[in-house]
Every structure is written in C-alpha cells, then in structure tokens.
Design a protein around this ligand. Structure first.
Ligand code: AMP
Length: 246
C-alpha cells in the first residue's frame, strides 16, 4: 500500500507515519529525515541540500525525486511505503506516479492532515526530537530533567535548526505556495482523504485507520501494536477482513 501523508510542517505527519509504520508493517520514508541525515554526514547530497534546509526552501525536484527513487527501489519498499513530506510539488507528484508505474504500483491514498496555523506555529516552536528514534515531544519549557532524554529509548533530544520562528514562517509560506496545490491535484484524482490533525495523537491514528479500512486498504484483524481501540473502532472480529491491496 502506497500512502502519501500530506500537510504543513507541524501537522503530525512524522508522528502518524511512525505509528502507522509499526501497525501496517510498511516502511516510513521521510524525505526531510533523509536530507537531515545526508547533511549530518556531509555527503554530496547533504552538501547540496544544506542551504535549502537552512532557509526553509524546497530542495530542487530533480534531486528529491532521485532520492525517493532510490528508496522505492529497495526491497523493503515493495509491499508499500508511507511517504512523509513527499511529494511537495505537483512536479514531484507526477514524478512519484511515474516511479510507481515503473514498479507496477500506484498511490493508494493521500491523507491530508489539517491543523490551524496558530497551532502549527505553537507545535513547531515547542518541538523536540529524539536523535536516536525520531520520537517527537511537545515541551513548553524545554526538555525536562537534567538529561533531556527520550522517554522511549533514552536518546538525546534536540531542537531542529529550521524550527526557529523565522524559518518556520518561511516553511509555512512555501507549503501554502508550492504544496497546497497538491490537495486539488489528488482530490481530482480521487485519492484524497481529509483527516483532522487537531486531535490527540491516538485519535488521529484511529481516524486514519478508519479511512484505510473504508477503502479496504487494511485488514482490521492484522493490525499490530495499537491500543485495541482502533481494532474495535474498525469493527474488529465482527467484520469480514478486507484484502490488503497495493
Ligand atoms: P521536513 O522534515 O519534512 O519538514 O523537511 C525539512 C526540509 O527538508 C524542508 O524544509 C526542505 O528543505 C527539505 N525537504 C524535505 N522534503 C522535501 C521535498 N519533498 N522536496 C523538497 N525539499 C524537501
């Protein structure tokens, strides 16, 4: 199943993709994470991408599509992928369709997470990320306790350098100019489902799972690692299992 998570910075795409990846057993591919890793390692790609990331601008389409091509060609991606932060332009969306067609696949669903702008700014300014496992925390007064470590894996928490107010403003502007047009692009194609991202993390995940179930993209019986409420809200044992596609 090939799922696109669409939404502005701070909408919760990464958090949802991590949860869904565990439950659906398909990899989470976040172009932002791949670029940040390349920058940290100062690879050729990293040196190319760094100035764009620092300014909150988009890395050119050709480079980004090339990066996603490498990911989709990996064997772990054959059964499907959760794409987080890609595509971000109409050109990238066309590139993605072409890549998937080559692999005999297609986009199955586009989940658009919506959150009011003031809430996005609040979330981004309070966002701390674990360097090790990528878990995201909202910490109003900075990391608690002396170590400021991740509750899940004890990794170090850090604040992204592009979460400063000035760069956040630019990233939101870029989102509305370059990425928001994808909403009508995918709506017209019949792939778009609107998800209310302004809820508790688990409630958002449940809404997404219901949308996948409605489209017969998941089998409620085989979902892993969730509270059980998702299975119940999907009809659990009572419903005839849907056949996974994609
Ligand atoms: P993110 O972690 O998704 O917020 O992405 C962080 C930064 O990586 C963005 O501000 C861009 O500079 C770059 N980036 C991530 N994904 C893309 C993409 N699909 N196209 C172009 N640039 C991207």
């Amino acid at each position: 199943m090939f799922v696109v998570l669409l939404g502005p910075p701070g909408a919760g795409k990464g958090t949802q993709a991590q949860a869904l990846s565990k439950q659906l057993g398909i990899p989470h591919v976040a172009t932002g994470d791949l670029f940040r890793e390349a920058v940290a390692n100062q690879t050729r790609l990293g040196r190319l991408a760094q100035p764009y990331l620092e300014r909150g601008e988009l890395v050119p389409d050709e480079i980004t599509i090339g990066l996603v091509r490498e990911q989709l060609e990996r064997s772990a991606s054959r059964r499907g992928v959760l794409l987080d932060g890609f595509p971000r332009t109409v050109e990238q969306a066309r590139g993605l369709s072409a890549l998937l067609t080559e692999l005999g696949k297609r986009v199955n669903i586009v989940l658009r997470l919506s959150v009011p702008s003031d809430e996005l700014v609040r979330r981004l300014s309070q966002r701390w990320t674990c360097r090790q496992c990528g878990a995201v925390y909202q910490l109003r007064a900075g990391p608690p306790d002396a170590a400021g470590t991740c509750g899940a894996c004890r990794g170090e928490l850090y604040q992204r350098t592009d979460d400063t107010p000035e760069v956040v403003r630019r990233r939101l502007q870029v989102y509305f100019e370059r990425t928001d047009p994808l909403v009508s692009f995918y709506r017209q194609a019949g792939f778009l489902v609107d998800i209310n991202g302004d809820q508790e993390v688990n409630a958002v995940t449940d809404e997404i799972l219901r949308a996948l179930n409605q489209r017969r993209l998941v089998n409620p019986m085989t979902l892993d690692g969730h509270s059980g409420s998702a299975k119940r809200s999907l009809g659990g044992a009572a419903r005839k299992p849907a056949t996974p596609r994609g």
